[in-house]
Design a protein around this ligand. Structure first.
Ligand code: FAD
Length: 453
């Protein structure tokens, strides 16, 4: 006789949860039968929490090995902190409101871009991964940093980027640059991040950077389709928000909110690819992660507008990025680099202003452009700005390694009979806070779980 139900949710609820995904997706009858009739057994199934890049990358590895898995996601679509707005305004550009720039060192992302045949826009030299400011000041800044020794191993962890920086420079302009960079890169003030995060930003400077012509969401959808094929509901449960995790003798009890009700899953193997900032709101997860109670997270908001003609002229000799005021980092984001006519400008704002950003910030940004350059960008619209720290599924833009935080003491994997593996940008050693870090962590997490790493 066939086993009755997959996991422990009722047929009716399961069908409804799949209904949430059918706006994007088509479900074949054959797979429907298989799902409802209860294959595969829960013991073997890997539960992936979160359908951001890390969760998707983990899913792809499992799919390659034909390991049964299900991705549980609080939202209604994949991508997490990657979000692109298509056909943006009169410029008909794509506005990336989350992950956007890909360094030439981001080999995993680049490999996927090739495999999925996604079109890119290139920018040489790379600016955004360092200091998106005036190029002359950028050069002087680089000279200053290169002319000084790196922080020692102890300093790199114990001392803040600001404290360390003050040891090598008393130039207040540079301190402003440092703050803008730190806001732009991590959404946090330079006294909140470890000194060790700073050197990587200039010494391992990429030769080139790229972005996806149709937005970073193209990468997400490419990965999603690799997993989903034409039978997407098989591996995804949308609108399933994790509320609580309990350790049990044989594994883990995952308590989820779905369809207004609480449901539970018994799991033996879990890959947790949720943002670090949400963990403290999930019962049982904060302790499990080992993250200190005072862990803080970047507060970055990102937005954009379009303009009719290139207007910065001699004010900014670069066609790349530039900072306009002490608060906003603004950069040219459109598909036609060096264009003379209309296009797209993006901006980001971090720290306290990033935390509070809303429609008023778009207005302020527009006014600051008008004031500085006497030219107009498009009238601001609310959905042209995303404040990541105000969304319950993110509560921050990036994980921040604060001074004194010891990496070894948190996100430790449990790999006994019951297996719990951490993934997500925050678990990446070398590519913290990037799409590269997210993809690598998902793949590595899956391999560890399977004992192949
Ligand atoms: C404004 C901004 C700009 C950025 N710019 C760049 C850039 O230029 N280049 C770059 O490489 N990177 C950039 N990043 C970083 C990059 O976007 C992220 O590192 C990466 O997308 C994180 O992927 P992830 O899978 O680790 O997490 P996420 O994308 O956050 O995915 C986690 C998923 O978990 C889900 N979730 C949350 N809570 C629950 C719950 N309780 N139950 C179930 N599901 C839940 C979320 O809905 C989400 O889908 C930027 C990020 C931001 C915010």
């Amino acid at each position: 006789m066939r086993k009755p139900i997959l996991f422990n949710i009722s047929r009716r609820r399961f069908l409804r949860s799949m209904g949430a995904s059918t706006s994007m997706l088509f479900l074949g009858c054959e797979s429907m039968d298989r799902l409802i009739l209860g294959k595969p057994p829960a013991d073997e199934t890997v539960f992936i929490l979160g359908a951001g890049l890390a969760g998707l990358a983990a899913g792809i590895e499992l799919k390659r090995r034909k390991i049964p898995f299900v991705i549980l996601e609080a939202g209604t679509q994949p991508g997490g902190r990657v979000r692109s707005m298509a056909s943006f305004g009169a410029a008909e550009e794509v506005l990336d409101l989350g992950g956007e720039w890909i360094s030439s060192k981001h080999s995993t992302v680049i490999q996927w871009i090739k495999e999925l045949r996604l079109e890119v826009i290139r920018r040489t030299p790379a600016l955004v991964h360092r200091f998106p400011l005036d190029p002359q000041r950028d050069k002087e800044f680089a000279r200053l940093l290169k002319g000084n020794p790196r922080p020692t191993d102890a300093e790199a962890v114990q001392v803040s980027a600001l404290e360390w920086f003050k040891k090598i420079s008393r130039n207040s302009d540079f301190e402003t640059d440092l703050k803008l960079w730190s806001h732009f890169r991590y959404g946090a003030d330079p006294d909140q991040i470890q000194a060790g995060l700073l050197p990587a930003a200039w010494r391992d400077f990429p030769s080139e950077e790229i972005k996806l012509r149709k937005g970073a969401m193209g990468l997400v959808m490419g990965l999603f389709e690799r997993i989903a094929g034409v039978l997407p509901a098989e591996n995804f449960l949308w609108e399933h928000r994790l509320l609580e995790v309990e350790d049990t003798e044989r594994g883990f009890r995952l308590v989820m909110q779905a369809d207004g009700e609480e449901i539970t899953f018994e799991a033996r193997r879990v890959i947790c690819a949720l943002p670090a900032a949400v963990l403290s709101g999930i019962r049982g997860l904060s302790e499990k992660s080992g993250l200190p109670k005072n862990a803080s997270f970047g507060k970055l908001a990102k937005g954009g507008g379009y303009f009719a003609e290139k207007f910065w002229g001699k004010n900014f000799s670069t066609s790349g990025g530039f900072g306009l005021t002490q608060d906003f980092v603004t950069w040219e984001s459109g598909r036609r680099q060096n264009f003379q006519k209309g296009g797209l400008l993006s901006f980001s704002v971090g720290g306290k202003l990033g935390q509070e950003a809303g429609p008023h910030s778009l207005q302020q940004w527009r006014e600051s452009l008008l004031h500085t350059l006497r030219k107009e960008v498009s009238p601001p619209q609310q959905d042209h700005l995303q404040n990541w720290s105000q969304l319950p599924s993110f509560r921050g833009s990036h994980f921040v390694l604060a001074p004194g935080m010891n990496r070894e003491s948190f996100f430790r994997n449990e790999l006994g009979l019951r297996k719990w593996v951490w993934a997500g940008e925050h678990t990446s050693q070398a590519f913290l806070g990037t799409m590269e870090g997210a993809l690598r962590s998902g793949k590595d997490g899956a391999l560890q779980l399977l004992g192949e790493a």
